[in-house]
Design a protein around this ligand. Structure first.
Ligand code: CA2
Length: 147
């Protein structure tokens, strides 16, 4: 399987601030874990992060063109604002997982609304930085149509 792991704004700061919310792992260490776990299972992960909404939309469009099998997306703050990311995800017919490190429902009310949950197959939240690796481990058990 080909897997895109897409991360939104400020996630590059992981490990530098707010460890009580986001843990102490850096984005680089999460990427390494995902790539290693996927490779052991015979899959390929492209791991990316952007602070720009349009770039995230373009990566989702690229996943459509490249017939990527799975998108795991932590859209970060764009989760709560972005119709553009919602629309791009709707256009992608592969398997999609919305992922959050924290549980947004335990936090400020503006984080309780997700614009993208209605465009994905599954939502994972509150498992900390290990959530990414757990989702990679789960992929063989999910109803994914491989291209
Ligand atoms: O829990 C998550 O994964 C979030 O998607 C993280 C977003 C937040 O806006 C969502 O409501 C929930 C924020 C990511 C910011 O990441 C930082 C990491 C370390 C230090 C500061 C920010």
């Amino acid at each position: 399987m080909n897997i895109y792991v897409i991360n939104g704004p400020n996630i590059n700061l992981l490990g530098t601030r707010e460890p009580e919310i986001y843990g102490r792992d850096t984005l680089e260490s999460i990427a390494t874990t995902c790539i290693e776990k996927a490779s052991k299972a015979g899959h390929k992960v492209d791991f990316m992060q952007s602070n720009y909404e349009g770039e995230i939309v373009e990566w989702i469009q690229d996943a459509i063109i490249q017939k990527v099998d799975v998108i795991i997306i932590n859209a970060a703050a764009y989760t709560h604002t972005s119709i553009a990311i919602h629309d791009a995800l709707k256009s992608y017919s592969g398997y999609k997982v919305e992922l959050h490190i924290s549980n947004p429902h335990l936090r400020e009310t503006f984080r309780h609304i997700s614009f993208i949950s209605s465009a994905v197959n599954a939502v994972v939240a509150g498992l900390g930085p290990d959530g990414y690796g757990h989702v990679i481990d789960l992929l063989p058990d999910l109803p994914i149509k491989v291209n």
